[in-house]
Write a protein that binds this ligand. Structure first.
Ligand code: NAD
Length: 448
């Protein structure tokens, strides 16, 4: 049994049974049984089912947003936006299903044909920070390509995935195609990785667990997509619109209470603008509204658990330049925190996964690039400057998969998302994700 808690009140929402090894194997067997019939459903019919699922998500948007807000502690306004994206993801892959196909290649003595084949049963393992969103990023392309699925939500946040499973059935997706399996990572998750009938693991989570997933997958040469941790840079040049950059910077770290793989938690500022920018940043951070996630105006809720709060607080030491207010009531609250640091400090090296940002000066463009890349991670980042050529040079120079110029934006449905270096590999979203959920088969057809 697992107890699902509301992190804003510390109250129990529900007790849920957890899948053990036996239940995990049973879910995989069910998905395997459903695969032959699902793989031959015409692409246009799979598209219709995904479209229906998208419509049901829209119809139940408020309910899903409330489940997510209560279970993760995220502000209701943010949860609504995330559910909107979930619907958009299913619409996108409904539109993509019948455009993802092979080609014919004329060769001597015949013709080669390529086919995009589904992999079979895919295991989708997702974290607790964006439970429904990240599930949809994997589920959409996996179903579009004709795979059947076992989706394992994180222990702390299984509720929205369970509701999504019900909506899949209501949309008419046949039983056994989508199986939602709440359970511990070390039990159900690990068994999914080991089970020889699982063809691929789509994993989002920490780099540490990602490493063990990759190791475990080696035994059966499973395909893996790994979306892992980050320590992203927000690079502010002196010629930037400093007001705009400073107004945006808090939301690049404190959104989702900093529990965001894309958090730009290292804020690099060119020396000449450092003092002015820090002043503006502190002012902007004071404006972040922290409080009850159910309140429409709230911008930041609590952390996910008491244990996680312990971990986050271990990163904060004497160089704090700002620490905000938090509610005095129950809940795993942690204040927005700005720390002046060097790139060698632990707060700048390790993923905090909480509302703590390190502010670090740099000397020039070369120094900025060096500092931004001096990390084992490579997920995301932002560049603020009015010099277009420099923006492009720096964007090309930063070793990360998802960058934005004069913006915090990380994720869009139609464009590829994923990491460099120890932030993982494989791409989610856009047409790119379809590559990760299909095999290319080549058939030579003799005309002799
Ligand atoms: P986590 O690695 O602890 O858990 C992620 C998932 O893996 C959970 O479902 C968990 O139950 C499961 N798991 C745990 N041990 C397992 C094992 N041995 N075998 C198989 N599965 C196992 O991560 P978390 O704490 O839930 O999430 C936070 C982490 O996720 C952060 O590092 C964050 O950066 C990362 N993240 C990355 C992205 C991205 O797209 N790159 C997005 C969101 C979160």
């Amino acid at each position: 049994m697992t107890t699902v808690t509301n992190p804003a009140t510390e109250e129990t929402i529900r007790d849920l049974p957890e899948a053990g090894v036996e239940e995990t194997d049973a879910a995989v067997a069910r998905a395997r049984e459903a695969f032959p019939a699902w793989r031959v459903v015409a692409p246009s019919d799979r598209a219709r089912l995904l479209r229906r699922l998208a419509a049901l998500v829209e119809e139940h948007a408020e309910e899903l947003a409330r489940i997510e807000s209560e279970n993760v502690g995220k502000p209701i306004s943010g949860a609504r936006a995330e559910v909107g994206m979930v619907a958009e993801v299913f619409h996108f892959y409904a539109g993509a299903v019948d455009k993802h196909h092979g080609e014919t290649v004329p060769v001597a003595g015949g013709v080669d044909m390529t086919f995009r084949e589904p992999l079979g049963v895919v295991g989708l393992i997702v974290p607790w920070n964006f439970p429904l969103n990240i599930a949809s990023w994997k589920l959409g392309p996996a179903l579009a390509c004709g795979n059947t699925v076992v989706l394992k939500p994180a222990e702390l946040t299984p509720l929205s995935a369970l509701r999504l499973g019900e909506l899949c059935l209501e949309a008419g997706i046949p039983e056994g195609v989508v199986n939602v399996l709440p359970g511990k990572g070390s039990v159900a998750g690990q068994r999914l990785v080991e089970n020889p009938d699982v063809a691929k693991i789509g994993f989002t989570g920490s780099t540490e667990v990602g490493r063990s997933v990759m190791e475990g997958a080696a035994a059966t040469i499973k395909r893996v997509t790994l979306e892992l941790g980050g320590k992203s840079a927000n690079v502010v040049f002196a010629d930037a619109d400093l007001e705009r950059a400073a107004a945006a910077a808090p939301y690049a770290v404190f959104d989702n209470a900093g529990q965001d793989c894309c958090a730009r938690s290292r804020i690099f500022v060119e020396r000449g603008a450092y003092d002015r920018f820090l002043e503006l940043l502190v002012e902007a951070t004071k404006g972040v509204k922290v409080g009850d996630p159910a309140d429409e105006a709230t911008e930041m809720g609590p952390l996910i658990s008491a244990e996680h709060r312990e971990k986050v607080s271990s990163f904060v030491d004497g160089s704090v330049v700002f620490s905000g207010e938090v509610p005095a009531s129950a809940g795993f609250w942690f204040p927005c925190t700005l720390v002046e640091a060097s790139n060698d400090d632990r707060v700048a090296r390790e993923e905090v996964f909480g509302p703590v940002a390190a502010v670090i000066p740099f000397e020039d463009e070369a120094d900025a690039l060096h500092l931004a890349n001096e990390t084992p991670y490579g997920l995301s980042g932002s560049i603020w400057t009015r010099d277009g050529a420099r923006a492009l040079r720096v964007a090309r120079g930063i070793e990360a998969g998802v960058l934005s110029v004069n913006s915090n934006s990380s994720v869009r449905v139609a464009t590829p998302f994923g990491g460099f270096k120890q932030s993982g590999f494989g791409r989610e979203l856009g047409m790119h994700a379809l590559e990760g959920y299909s095999e290319t088969k080549n058939v030579f057809f003799s005309t002799d």
